[in-house]
Design a protein around this ligand. Structure first.
Ligand code: F6R
Length: 241
């Protein structure tokens, strides 16, 4: 793992955006797996600015996403489909047919995951962008998830439901399940970029970097990846030294 510690959230975001832009420069047809959540919001703003300033071209980029709530409609303001369009895709020149997001409104989640896995097989990930949950989850792979899982429907822990309730009117509104790429698929990415900011992530970051590789901390597996970069702000990294 390569670790960069930055002064604050903004410098973390600048570093992350520059890595994503470099990836697209070196391979315009890059397959990128995106994360949602609060952490990448500024990174995505910087990508939009870079696109507007003609510093990056997304026309050939193929996108996937880590996860989606289940069940949820695409038009729901809390869906990750909505998030990605609002915070990135609607403002850049990625083409619609290159956007792949698990459908949280599908009739048959098993089939949806199977079809999605086939698409991923055809488009191996060049770069996977990850945030980390305060319980060490990556994607929606909660503590205890098998490192061998490729994709599937998952039950969210009460911790994650509580963390994510900030976007909903109450925690009872948060879907209890999600469709998520499994850890095996995340690890298949050629490069992994993890971003974490703030004191809330301190323990998860410490477990990820310093703890044993253990399914209790899903992110701990990233230590085994040959090309994993962590961009942490000072607060998130505060227990590493
Ligand atoms: C989002 C995702 C999650 C988040 C994690 C951190 O697609 O897969 O693992 O990355 O929950 O979320 P934030 O950034 O909101 O703290």
């Amino acid at each position: 793992m390569k670790i960069h510690i930055t002064e604050n959230y903004n410098s973390m975001s600048e570093k992350a955006a520059s890595i994503i832009i470099k990836q697209i420069e070196s391979k315009p047809k890059s397959v990128i797996c995106f994360a949602t959540g609060t952490t990448p919001l500024e990174t995505y703003k910087l990508l939009i600015n870079a696109y507007k300033n003609k510093k990056v071209d997304f026309s050939k980029v193929v996108s996937f996403n880590l996860d989606e709530y289940y069940p949820i409609q695409k038009k729901d303001k809390n869906s990750y489909f909505y998030y990605m369009h609002k915070n990135l895709f609607d403002h850049i020149n990625i083409s619609d047919e290159n956007i792949n997001i698990l459908n949280g409104d599908c009739q048959d989640p098993e089939l949806e995951c199977l079809n999605h896995a086939k698409k991923i097989k055809k488009h191996p990930f060049d770069l996977v962008i990850l945030g980390i949950g305060s319980n060490g989850h990556i994607g929606f792979n909660e503590p205890g998830s098998s490192f061998e899982k490729r994709i599937g429907i998952v039950n969210l822990t009460s911790n994650t439901i509580k963390d994510n309730a900030r976007f909903f009117s109450s925690s009872s509104q948060v879907p209890k399940q999600a469709l998520s790429l499994g850890i095996k698929t995340i690890m298949s990415g050629k490069k992994i970029l993890v971003i974490a900011s703030g004191k809330k992530k301190t323990n998860a970051v410490k477990d990820m970097v310093k703890g044993k590789i253990n399914e209790k901390c899903p992110a701990s597996i990233l230590k085994k990846h040959k090309n994993c970069v962590l961009i942490l702000d000072k607060d998130a990294a505060s227990q590493l030294t």
